[in-house]
Write a protein that binds this ligand. Structure first.
Ligand SMILES: Cc1ncc(COP(=O)(O)O)c(C=O)c1O
Length: 510
């Protein structure tokens, strides 16, 4: 049987897609369709690569990988990460709960994000997790909790260095051309130098509060290593400036955040702008042709539509090792140049999409194929999934690479709009080239391990699909599929709106 490797976890064997040692289309038969599938092996491989690559470049102190829980907060996934020695970056109270439930040492948990309410801060201190200070209001709450209620806190300051040396179009706003440095400044996270100077002396004067270091997270404005070079340069500069202003403060922890792209990088696929341009051209030409009458107009449009094709991103992002080399080299070099000691300093990072992205695939089945032949040609393949189960990606204009799992090396012979089952247009893969499709074929959307399953909604009262974990050749459900009962579980009907028994039955009762 011929085998072609796609990456470390995906391969094509005898024309069929495998994830680790399991035939993807067979998983649908066993567990139902659609499903999310996650490779435990790939997740472990990713952690080990991150740890080694960053530790190789940071010899002065320990490295702690603290994956962003938001990217996949499933309990079994968190257990795997903690089993591999990871800490955890948590945003919400719920993510703090899952990190603790999964057995993460609170010393290795960082609570980030704004706004944090007082209850969230109290719990952070009570369990002994690290608090990232990101607003003046948090300092007020901290003061109350430590002085009046005797709680202790380990905190670090989230800095917001200006990225003036990297000015490209940000991937954050797919529709626009906002420059990276301005988009990063507008993003809600981080404190400007003046706020840091208002906050830091207060923190250092608090009896039960220990300032342990700094944090930054700029987000995924670009996958380029030049972006990371610019970030590290700016971050080191800001750290040196703050340390200096605080009279020679020496951080014990430096956290560089997340935002590294995952290999096939569907998250930045919006950088392929050809489709909107094609539709723009189609619109302009179709308006111009209106005067010709509908027959000639449709003849031209038919030819133009035949040319439009969607392409998942094919440019691979830099590898974990390349990101690590740039980050550690630049950060170390700049900190030393600016006189900040890194002896014994713990380097932390919070990969989300790059830790989880390529661990997951989403499998869905073709339920219908429809063609329009007149006045223009258009073919639609309808799947039993929906963009409402890709919402993490929809916000970011993602286009996932895909394979037809049971025809993984078949020739691509036609072009279809792959759509989902909600009542919206639900275009999952606009105008892509596919093998000859039949009802029952299984689509595998690649790189769905980050943000997708955890963002699913119940639009159209659709129960959300299950998640299956693959460990070598073992397959285990780690999140059950919802039932219709689950979908309506939170609904409450007030007394006056309750369904009344039919009149006759009611009369018969009395
Ligand atoms: C503080 C923080 N760290 C890490 C991440 C993870 O980012 P990514 O998934 O782009 O790596 C996020 C994402 O929003 C974040 O807010």
């Amino acid at each position: 049987m011929s085998t072609t490797r796609i990456d470390d976890s995906l391969s094509i064997r005898g024309g069929r897609l495998f994830i680790e040692e399991r035939d993807a289309a067979e998983l649908v038969r066993e567990f139902g369709s659609p499903i999310f599938v996650v490779s435990e092996d790939q997740l472990r491989r990713n952690v080990r690569r991150f740890t080694k690559a960053f530790q190789d470049g940071w010899p002065d102190g320990p490295v702690k990988i603290m994956p962003a829980a938001k990217a996949n907060w499933n309990t079994a996934i968190q257990r795997t990460l903690i089993d591999e020695g990871c800490g955890c970056d948590v945003y919400s109270a719920g993510e703090l709960s899952v990190a603790l439930a999964a057995g993460c040492d609170p010393e290795c948990i960082s609570v980030n994000g704004i706004p944090k309410d007082e209850e969230h801060i109290r719990r952070t201190l009570e369990v002994g997790a690290r608090l990232t200070i990101d607003s003046v209001e948090e300092v007020d709450a901290l003061e109350r909790l430590t002085s009046e209620q005797g709680l202790s806190a380990r905190v670090r300051l989230r800095l917001k260095p200006t990225l003036s040396t990297f000015i490209e179009r940000t991937d954050f706003c797919a529709e626009g051309l906002m420059p990276t440095d301005i988009a990063a400044l507008g993003y809600k996270g981080g404190l400007m130098f003046d706020d840091v100077m208002r906050i830091a002396p207060r923190l250092r004067a608090m009896e039960r509060v220990e300032l342990v270091g700094f944090h930054q997270h700029h987000g995924r404005h670009s996958r380029s290593t030049r972006y990371w070079q610019a970030q590290m340069k700016a971050y080191a500069g800001e750290i040196a400036r703050v340390c200096d202003a605080l009279g020679g403060f020496e951080p014990r922890e430096i956290d560089i955040g997340g935002g590294f792209a995952s290999p096939r990088d569907p998250h930045n696929a919006a950088t392929d702008y050809t489709t909107p341009i094609q539709y723009g051209a189609l619109f302009a030409i179709s308006k111009l042709l209106q005067t010709l009458g509908s027959k000639p107009r449709y003849r031209v449009l038919r030819a133009l539509i035949a040319q439009i094709a969607g392409h998942p991103n094919t440019t691979m992002a830099p590898s974990i090792e390349e990101y690590a080399a740039v980050c550690t080299h630049t950060l170390l070099g700049e900190l030393h140049r600016l006189g900040v000691s890194t002896e014994g300093v713990m380097l932390q990072l919070e990969p989300g999409r790059s830790m989880h992205g390529d661990t997951g695939i989403h499998l869905a089945t073709v339920k219908g194929v429809k063609s329009v032949t007149e006045p223009v040609g258009w073919k639609v393949a309808a799947l039993d999934t929906t963009e409402f189960w890709f919402t993490g990606g929809r916000f970011e204009h993602q286009v996932h690479d895909f394979r037809v799992a049971n025809k993984a090396d078949a020739e691509l012979v036609e072009k279809v709009d792959v759509v989902g089952r909600s009542c919206y247009g639900d275009r999952l893969l606009p105008m892509v080239h596919v093998p000859a499709l039949e009802i029952g074929d299984v689509f595998a959307f690649l790189d769905t391990g980050a943000y997708q399953e955890v963002s699913c909604s119940n639009f159209n009262a659709m129960p959300r699909p299950a998640t299956v974990l693959i460990t070598g050749s073992e397959a285990t459900v780690i999140r059950k599929a919802e039932t219709e009962e689950d979908v309506f579980r939170r609904d409450v009907v007030p007394e006056h709106l309750r369904v009344k028994p039919p009149l006759a039955a009611a009369a018969g009762d009395s």
